[in-house]
Design a protein around this ligand. Structure first.
Ligand SMILES: Cc1ncc(COP(=O)(O)O)c(C=O)c1O
Length: 361
C-alpha cells in the first residue's frame, strides 16, 4: 500500500470525459459535440502557424507580448493587464490556485464550466452551487449563498451547456453583492457569439474593480482549440500575483503566433459571428415544435430538452443522430437533454433533417 496521501479534494474528482469524436464504421462523422468552430480559423492564422514552424527549436516568447498587444488593440484593453494561458482553462486554474484555499468556499452556478468545479475541488475548497432559473444564472440564488468563507465566484456568460446569458446589469449586481475579498471570474469563452443588446462582457467590471477577472479563449470563435491559447484581462494586483505562479512558457510559439494573426483578422471573426447568429436563429425557429424545447442560446451551440411525455429523449435523439453520422453531446444533467454545436450549413441541415425524422418516427 502506498504511503502517499493525495490532497483533500483530489479523490473526489473523476477524470474529465471529452466530447465523443468518432462513430464506429463512419469515416467522416459530423462532430458537433465540443462547441468547436466548423468554419475553422482565419487563413492568416494558419499561415502564421506555418511560419512559426521555423522557430520550433526556440522557446516561445515568455512575455507573450505580441499577442497581448494584438488583443489589447482589438478589444481596446490595456495589454499590460492581459495574461495568456494554455487555454482559458489554465487561467481559471491559476486564479483558483492564487486565491482559493481548502478553508474557503467557491460559489458556482449550476451550469458553469465543469473545469471550474474541478479546479476548486482539487484545491480542497467547498463548492457551493447555486441553482439556476430557466437554465440561466440566478443572481439572487447566488447572492443568498455568499458566506464569510466565499473567496472565489465564477459564472460562464454565456454559460455552457445551456448557452443562456445574464445582462451586463445583472453581472454588475452579482459583483456588487460579493464580498470585496472574493474574486469574481467572468468566464466569457463564448462572448464573441453573443448578440443580445443588453449583453456585456466582463471587461468594464475589470476596469472598475480590483476583484474581477475576465477570461476569453481562442478555442471557440477563432477556431484554434488545438493550439490551447486563452487570455485573461485582470486588475494589476491579480496580474502580478498570477505572474508569480504561471510557468514561463505556458503558451506555445505556434499558438501565440496563430492567435495574434487571428485576433488581427477582425473581419474573419465577424463573418463567423454573423453566420453563427443566422444559423442560431434559423435552427431555433425550425426546432421549436411540440415535444422539443430549444433553450434560447447566445453561444455557438443549443441545448434541446425533449418532452418525455412524447416518448422522446436526448439519449434517443443522440442515438438516432449517431446512426446518421452526427455526433451531438448528451449533457444537461438528465437524459432529456442534448447539446448540439452550430456547424456549417451542410452540417446544420443534416442535423435538422435527422431531428425531423426522429421526431416524426
Ligand atoms: C464555458 C467555457 N469556459 C472555458 C472553456 C475552456 O476553453 P479553453 O480552455 O479551450 O480556452 C470552455 C470550453 O469548452 C467552456 O465551455
Amino acid at each position: 500500500m502506498s504511503a502517499l496521501e493525495p490532497r483533500p479534494g483530489v479523490l473526489r474528482l473523476a477524470p474529465y470525459v471529452q466530447g465523443r469524436s468518432a462513430i464506429e464504421g463512419v469515416t467522416n462523422p459530423i462532430k458537433l459535440s465540443s462547441n468547436e468552430s466548423s468554419q475553422g480559423p482565419s487563413p492568416l492564422a494558419i499561415e502564421a502557424y506555418h511560419r512559426a514552424a521555423a522557430q520550433l527549436n526556440r522557446y516561445p516568447p515568455g512575455s507573450q507580448w505580441d499577442l497581448r498587444e494584438a488583443i489589447g488593440a482589438s478589444h481596446g484593453l490595456d495589454p499590460n493587464r492581459i495574461l495568456c494561458g494554455n487555454g482559458s482553462d489554465e487561467l481559471i486554474q491559476l486564479m483558483v490556485r492564487a486565491y482559493l484555499g481548502s478553508e474557503h468556499q467557491a460559489l458556482l452556478s449550476e451550469n458553469g464550466f465543469v473545469m471550474s468545479n474541478i479546479h476548486c475541488t482539487a484545491q480542497g475548497a467547498e463548492l457551493v452551487i447555486a441553482p439556476e432559473k430557466n437554465y440561466t444564472v440566478d443572481v439572487d440564488a447566488m447572492l443568498e449563498r455568499v458566506t464569510s468563507k466565499t473567496r472565489f465566484c465564477t459564472i460562464a456568460n454565456p454559460n455552457n451547456p445551456a448557452g443562456t446569458y445574464i445582462s451586463g446589469e445583472e453581472l454588475r449586481r452579482l459583483h456588487a453583492g460579493l464580498p470585496e475579498n472574493c474574486l469574481l471570474l467572468v468566464d466569457d469563452a463564448y462572448a464573441e457569439y453573443a448578440t443580445a443588446a443588453d449583453y456585456a462582457d466582463g471587461a468594464e467590471l475589470v476596469d472598475d474593480f480590483d476583484n474581477v477577472v475576465m477570461t476569453r479563449t481562442f478555442s471557440k470563435i477563432y477556431g484554434l482549440p488545438s493550439l490551447r491559447i486563452g487570455w485573461a484581462y485582470c486588475p494589476t494586483g491579480v496580474f502580478d500575483l498570477v505572474q508569480r505562479i504561471r510557468t514561463p512558457f505556458n503558451t506555445n510559439g505556434p499558438g501565440l503566433a496563430a492567435a495574434a494573426a487571428a485576433v488581427r483578422d477582425r473581419d474573419y471573426m465577424l463573418s463567423v459571428r454573423e453566420e453563427n447568429a443566422r444559423w442560431r436563429e434559423r435552427i431555433t425557429a425550425h426546432l421549436t415544435r411540440p415535444g422539443i424545447e430549444v433553450i434560447p442560446s447566445q453561444a455557438n451551440f443549443y441545448l434541446l430538452r425533449f418532452d418525455a411525455a412524447g416518448g422522446k429523449s436526448g439519449t434517443g435523439a443522440a442515438e438516432f443522430l449517431h446512426s446518421q453520422g452526427i455526433i451531438p453531446r448528451p449533457t444537461g444533467g438528465s437524459d432529456q437533454f442534448l447539446r448540439i454545436t452550430i456547424g456549417v450549413a451542410h452540417e446544420n441541415e443534416a442535423v435538422l433533417d435527422a431531428l425531423d425524422r426522429y421526431m416524426d418516427a
